[in-house]
Design a protein around this ligand. Structure first.
Ligand SMILES: C[S@@+](CC[C@H](N)C(=O)[O-])C[C@H]1O[C@@H](n2cnc3c(N)ncnc32)[C@H](O)[C@@H]1O
Length: 309
């Protein structure tokens, strides 16, 4: 992100829960500056683990003349999504020239999820009031997906934590690893080897930095590619991707997970639940657990053992 040389517009957009990521991707598609989603939590230095009760706000930093275009985009989204007046609001103000990435870092607050205290890049863990049971997970700076702020990541972290109570050591494959947050969490929980893949060119260096920063660089390996570039048979696979990709890739996932093995699929929107469920069932998976956060779902599966169906 380049620091703007002129005053810029800061837009604070309140949206109905579950819509923040849709808005972020629309802003990106429209080339409307840089943006980040934030959530209001109950008070506390480290945010609690609850997935409910959060009020999403998207902050976008735009060129000064872009407000009318932003407003049109929001009105179009509100009409298409059926939001009522009062479901959303837009406030803007001009800001002096500033480094946007510094602004983003300043806004990023540590929070707790699934036993982890997720800490923003550059934060000294000793400067935060950690509890004895907190397991710090320090993020590395970069643009790859996965700060833990998005509910799909948090659902995946919770599923992983629970799965690790049964088997924390088996190697794990992380499809769509992004920032490497889930892969590194798996290594911190005890995985002896973790592989992560993502087509985003920013992902492997960022994920490697995340792993090194948490002292698990020797057990985590990342490469750039789509999920089809992964091979082998795995006891544990994380696939926090998105609904359509999961439906399309279900037969391939069936070949990656060993019989009796565990799969997590995330990034599933509520209206795609049935499509994802039937694709995964047809690929030989039986559902273990479903978690919901806003409009997002995370599903844990067990690969059926041949002969038991
Ligand atoms: C929802 S994000 C998950 C990131 C991170 N694992 C997390 O849980 O926060 C989905 C990731 O999948 C990646 N992705 C998109 N298409 C993919 C594909 N065909 N194969 C593998 N990963 C893909 C994206 O680049 C993105 O980083």
């Amino acid at each position: 992100m380049q620091p703007p040389s002129r005053p810029f517009l800061e837009a604070r957009i309140r949206v109905p829960p579950g819509w923040e990521e849709t808005l972020l991707s629309l802003l990106q598609d429209e080339g409307l500056g840089a943006a980040a989603a934030e959530w209001s939590f109950p008070a506390g230095a480290l945010e609690g683990e609850s997935l409910g009760g959060r009020i999403p706000t998207v902050t976008a930093w735009l060129e000064a003349g872009e407000e009318p275009r932003l407003r049109r985009l929001l009105e179009g989204l509100a009409a298409a999504a059926g939001w009522r007046a009062g479901d959303w609001c837009l406030r803007t103000r001009f800001r002096p020239p500033e480094d946007w990435s510094r602004t983003w870092r300043r806004r990023w607050r540590p929070f707790r999820c699934a036993g982890f205290a997720v800490l923003p890049p550059g934060l000294d863990p000793s400067s935060v009031a950690l509890r004895a049971e907190d397991r710090p997970l320090l993020l590395a700076e970069g643009s790859a997906f996965g700060t833990g702020g998005h509910v799909s990541t948090r659902l995946a972290l919770r599923a992983l934590r629970e799965q690790a109570r049964e088997d924390a050591r088996s190697p794990l494959l992380d499809l769509g690893t992004g920032s490497g947050i889930l892969a590194v969490a798996a290594a911190l929980l005890g995985a002896e080897r973790v592989l992560g893949v993502d087509p985003d060119p920013h992902s492997p260096p960022q994920a490697c930095a995340t792993a090194r920063g948490n002292g698990v660089g020797d057990r985590c390996f990342f490469w750039r590619g789509t999920l089809e570039s992964a091979g082998g048979r795995w006891r544990r696979v994380l696939a926090n991707l998105h609904s359509d990709l999961l439906v399309e890739a279900a037969p391939f996932l069936g070949g990656l997970v060993e019989a009796g093995g565990w799969l997590f699929t995330g990034g599933v929107l509520d209206r795609k639940e049935e499509a994802v469920r039937s694709a995964l069932a047809a690929a030989g998976f039986e559902p273990l657990q479903i978690r919901r956060g806003g409009r997002w779902l995370g599903l844990a599966w067990k690969r059926q053992v041949l002969g038991t169906t």
